[in-house]
Ligand binder design. Structure first.
Ligand code: G4P
Length: 524
């Protein structure tokens, strides 16, 4: 391990922001990028979001519905660190995209609206983070508005998420009286009007703490902070890194407040790029040979190029422009001639990337979600999941002559992760599967706009889909032969069992005890 590599790895922090729509993720992203110097003016992320939404027709869907479908990555430097922020779509219909993105981060910021507490989408996303023990820093946002009692919010996090909390700061006032935060461990105050400075004080009673509040509120503030200092759990780095405890910061993304605390916390406490499991081997971030995996494919980043970008997370070594990498799925070598970094509003050729970095690799369909790249070693990273679709449909073409074109288009969409595609063993037309109905809208619009294929969807007789496996291949074969009409193959050729409902699935599961029916498939 070279010193240079170890230093590069130690500087990196790769994270995502999880929240319920409207809690303030876009605003916070913008402020983080602003601190990182990645953008000059607040408002650019939103402006960019608007611009992107006009870029191609299918994105019209998200504009019309006011949602963000696009996942992207933003890299910025702040202090001694390089931050890679992976953005995730807010809408639950694109949940599988979000889950896959969360496999590529080492930490997350959870944004909670101070008036609303834990909302359903936050809970769901938190559960995904928990599956991977991703450490979470909590940001309680919108303190400049009427908010709930901070103790109540902490209790709710503990109860609903079964996650210990350690308040790091405490709000001085709330709503109209919000004047700053009190740093509990070091008795210091960050004032609303001077975000730059943290000033040591003698205690919450000090003029520069309680004194910032109207007289009527001072007593309550002193009581609250004293109680928080005495009764709340202190921050414990190990518990945080293991995903059992979250440090909590209060602030207002809109008013640019508390954001610096957050970014400092990520730099100071969040882990550097973690070791990743590849079969029996743990690949350390500082291992000298380059390894990486694809967690997302995005088409039409630039309509002038009709290119496809595979987003890869580097797991070890150094990814260099011009190097050749081995694609584990095929064993073939692939030239990385133009890997790219993404900033707030530009991409740039990436000459070098290290563990934790996310680079985009332009390609024409060679790379798929879940693919592993190495310098020659034959390993496959675990952990980019595929969830069984909740909605299954047959695609109906208006022009039957274009069946071959449709097949190709669906294959491409499936490789991008827009939909899942299943080819029935009995030769009947392919079935597409999605997690949320909006994904069907995106599919329909893209088939029309990009391939000139107007389609409609028809209910299939199946509503449930499970990947099947068994200890012995003979058992799988026996089941497949017996159930041929209900078996289909996914993109990788793996067999799924299709059932009309949960009842028939359970019925078959009881009759075929040797067969495992999985609703999550890890790419391998
Ligand atoms: P999201 O990405 O999580 O969906 O949330 P976003 O940042 O878009 O914020 C949702 C709304 O909440 C926006 O208002 C935003 O201005 C507001 N907001 C975010 N952070 C704060 C905060 O700290 N304090 C207050 N008071 N408001 C905050 P909007 O009216 O929906 O949109 P806009 O048109 O004003 O941007």
């Amino acid at each position: 391990m070279t010193d240079h590599l170890a230093k590069a790895v130690a500087r990196r922090r790769t994270f995502a922001i999880i929240s319920h729509p409207d809690a303030g993720k876009t605003t916070l992203t913008e402020k983080l990028l602003l601190f990182g110097g990645a953008i000059q003016l607040a408002g650019e992320v939103k402006a960019k979001k608007d611009r992107m939404q006009t870029r191609s027709d299918w994105m019209k869907i998200e504009r019309d519905r006011g949602i963000s479908v696009v996942t992207s990555v933003m890299t910025f430097e702040y202090g001694d660190h390089v931050f890679n922020l992976l953005d995730t779509p807010g809408h639950e219909d694109f949940a599988d995209d979000t889950y896959r993105t969360l496999t590529a981060v080492d930490a997350a910021i959870m944004v909670i609206d101070a008036a609303k507490g834990i909302e359903p989408r936050t809970l769901k996303l938190f559960e995904v983070c928990r599956l991977r023990d991703i450490p979470i820093v909590t940001f309680v946002n919108k303190l400049d508005r009427e908010s709930r009692d901070p103790f109540e919010i902490l209790d709710e996090v503990e109860e609903k998420l079964a996650l210990d909390t350690a308040p790091m700061t405490w709000p001085i006032g709330r709503g109209r009286t919000f004047a700053g935060t009190y740093h509990l461990a070091d008795n210091a105050v960050r004032r609303m009007d001077s975000e730059e400075e943290v000033t040591k004080v003698n205690g919450p009673e000090a003029d520069s703490a309680a004194g910032l509040l109207p007289e009527n509120d001072r007593e309550a503030f002193i009581e609250e902070t004293s109680l928080a200092m005495e009764a709340c759990r202190p921050f414990d780095l190990e518990a945080f890194r293991e995903g059992h405890l979250t440090p909590v910061y209060f602030g207002s993304a809109l008013r640019n407040y508390g954001v610096r605390d957050l970014i400092n916390a990520l730099g100071k406490y969040a882990p550097q790029p973690r070791a990743q499991k590849a079969g029996a081997r743990m690949v350390k971030a500082t291992d000298p040979k380059m390894t990486a995996f694809v967690f997302k494919i995005q088409a039409n980043m630039d309509p002038n190029h009709r290119d496809r970008i595979a987003f890869v997370r580097v797991c070890s070594g150094r990814l260099q422009r011009g190097m050749k990498a081995r694609l584990s799925r095929t064993g073939k070598m692939l030239g990385l001639s133009a890997p790219q970094f993404f900033f707030a509003h530009q991409r740039q050729l990436a000459d070098d990337a290290y563990a934790g970095d996310v680079v985009g690799i332009p390609n024409h369909g060679t790379l798929r979600i879940g693919d592993t790249l190495t310098e020659g070693e034959d390993i496959v990273f675990e952990g980019v999941p595929n969830f069984a679709p909740e909605i299954l449909r047959r695609v109906r073409l208006e022009d039957a002559m274009k069946a071959k074109k449709l097949k190709e288009a669906l294959q491409q969409m499936a490789e991008e992760g827009v939909v899942q595609l299943f080819s029935p063993e009995d030769g009947s037309p392919a079935i597409v599967g999605v997690i949320g109905a909006l994904q069907l809208d995106v599919l329909k619009e893209r088939l029309r706009a990009e391939y000139g294929l107007p389609v409609t969807f028809e209910a299939a007789r199946f509503n449930v889909c499970r990947w099947i496996s068994a200890d012995s291949d003979a058992d799988v074969e026996k089941f497949v032969n017996a159930k041929r009409g209900d078996i289909a193959r996914d993109l990788d050729g793996d067999a799924v069992f299709l059932a009309s409902d949960g009842f028939s699935l359970n019925y078959e599961a009881e009759r075929w005890p040797a067969i495992r029916f999985a609703h999550v498939k890890e790419y391998h």
